[in-house]
Design a protein around this ligand. Structure first.
Ligand SMILES: [Fe+2]
Length: 248
């Protein structure tokens, strides 16, 4: 299950909705190919693909996701696009989530112990903290998807510190750091980066238009403001640890 990475020099996007026809991301294989072409031009060489997995939804299972990965890999080979794809999910947190994973009805990141989890933007601080803790207690390594979206977490930087200390990894979206959702959100992420509280920067792309896999400008910005070493950690080394199922 755990494929070993072949390339080391390109960015890895650990959060992207490029699998066609399974969620609100790519609608069909042609659109996925547009996203992959775009991502390749942005310097992305590996992706953990993360279709939504939510309650009350028809969620694509492992087999379906693997099948669609193969389809995209075949088309990429024909076009000379060299992006390695690894299966994953963006897991909407609910109490029975760990059980769902055990049952094989929800996927971890590239078959590792890492799980990408999301909450409702309006969920309370205690609910999010306890949800993260439940995943830790179940033996998983939670990565909190787009931390900048949770109003109650962003209210106080100490809350991000607390989550990090608990053993939760923190992911932010490239578009948020580049200011698409306002200066407040951008400023919050800058504070996190300054304190090295961010573990992953990812595109969370849903298409090749208004939510495209933009990466390069953001990477350049991070390298300039926070240094090349930190950039390498965020976009190369930490994702590689996830794929290899090693501790960060
Ligand atoms: Fe997402």
């Amino acid at each position: 299950m755990n494929r070993m990475p072949k390339s080391y020099d390109k960015y890895t996007d650990i959060h992207i909705h490029v699998i066609p026809g399974v969620d609100d991301g790519s609608g069909d294989p042609d659109m996925s190919m547009e996203m992959l072409r775009y991502a390749y031009a942005e310097g992305i060489g590996r992706m953990i693909v993360t279709p939504h997995n939510k309650p009350m939804h028809h969620n694509a299972g492992r087999e379906k996701i693997e099948q669609l990965i193969q389809l995209l890999e075949t088309r990429m080979r024909q076009e000379g696009i060299a992006i390695e794809l690894y299966p994953g999910n963006e897991l909407y947190y609910r109490e029975e989530l760990a059980e769902r994973i055990e049952q094989g009805r929800a996927l971890t990141m590239a078959g590792s112990k890492y799980v990408l989890i999301e909450f409702m933007p309006s969920d309370g601080w205690e609910y999010i903290r306890d949800g993260v803790n439940n995943m830790l207690m179940a033996g998983y390594r939670p990565i909190l998807a787009h931390i900048e979206r949770y109003q109650e977490v962003c209210r106080d930087i100490e809350r991000a510190v607390r989550l990090h200390e608990m053993g939760c990894y923190i992911q932010v979206n490239t578009a948020s750091l580049m200011g698409r959702y306002g200066m407040g959100i951008k400023g919050y992420i800058k504070k996190l980066l300054k304190q090295q509280l961010v573990d992953f920067v990812a595109t969370d792309a849903h298409n090749a238009a208004n939510r495209a896999p933009d990466m390069d400008k953001c990477a350049e910005y991070i390298a300039r403001k926070y240094g090349g070493d930190y950039l390498r950690k965020l976009l190369v080394e930490n994702p590689e640890r996830v794929i290899r199922d090693e501790y960060i």
